[in-house]
Write a protein that binds this ligand. Structure first.
Ligand code: TZP
Ligand code: MG
Length: 216
């Protein structure tokens, strides 16, 4: 009964905002409520990222989010857990440098979209060479949302990616209303935010404000 939103991988990230969950930063809302608001706000790619729940709790939330995103035509990506992504028929999986290497993961991930977090040119070149569908680029700025985040030259690294990498990229890390214009100016096209969006009093209002800054 569950259905993937897209039979084909591409185009992915052909959109301005990439929403990511995180219940701990959501002002008392749960991930389901946050996703409902993101969909209402017109966000077209949503990643389930949840570091503080058991697998069964994550599975239950992902099942519901898969139903919601499929109905809305929104791409649904699961962070970290390939079993979870496959079980709920997500559209994609997002992994970091500390997860099972992409080279191995892709043997198991079928036609799922696979995104890889990168923090420097060497990691970006490797992800592209190995066939990743998109890369995460960051952290752009300091953030309290992710623990032990690998350092990056942020805006300088983004500029390099914009000039040298052909697969789509999503910028992440400490992006907010006050600095998003500087990220766009360095070549950012798709912007991922956790705290700025999930922590907003009204997510649709926040998204409107962000879009007015981006000029779309
Ligand atoms: N990866 C790099 S920074 C980060 C992740 C998941 C956290 C982004 O959260 P915020 O609140 O938008 O800084
Ligand atoms: Mg991970």
């Amino acid at each position: 009964e569950l259905e993937r939103t897209f039979a084909l991988k591409r185009p992915v990230l052909d959109t301005d905002l990439y929403g990511i969950t995180g219940e701990a930063f959501s002002n008392g809302r749960d991930n389901i409520q946050v996703v409902a608001e993101m969909i209402k706000a017109g966000i077209k790619v949503i990643q389930y990222r949840e570091k503080e729940k058991s697998k069964i709790e994550k599975y239950q939330q992902c099942l519901e989010i898969r139903r919601m995103t499929a109905e809305a035509g929104v791409i649904f990506i699961v962070n970290d857990d390939l079993d979870l992504a496959l079980a709920v028929k997500a559209d994609g999986i997002h992994i970091g440098q500390e997860d099972v290497p992409y080279k191995e993961l892709k043997k198991l991930s079928g036609n799922l979209i696979v995104g890889v977090s990168t923090h420097n040119p060497q990691q970006a070149l490797q992800a592209e060479a190995e066939g990743a569908d998109y890369i995460g680029v960051g952290p752009m700025f300091a953030t309290n949302t992710k623990k032990n985040v690998e350092e990056s030259d942020g805006l300088e690294y983004l500029k390099w990616v914009a000039e040298n990498i052909k697969i789509p990229h999503v910028t992440i890390g400490g992006i907010n209303i006050s600095n998003i214009a500087s990220v766009k100016q360095r070549g950012g096209r798709c912007f991922a935010m956790i705290s700025e969006i999930v922590g907003a009093e009204s997510i649709p209002e926040k998204v409107k404000e962000i879009r007015s800054i981006l000029g779309d």
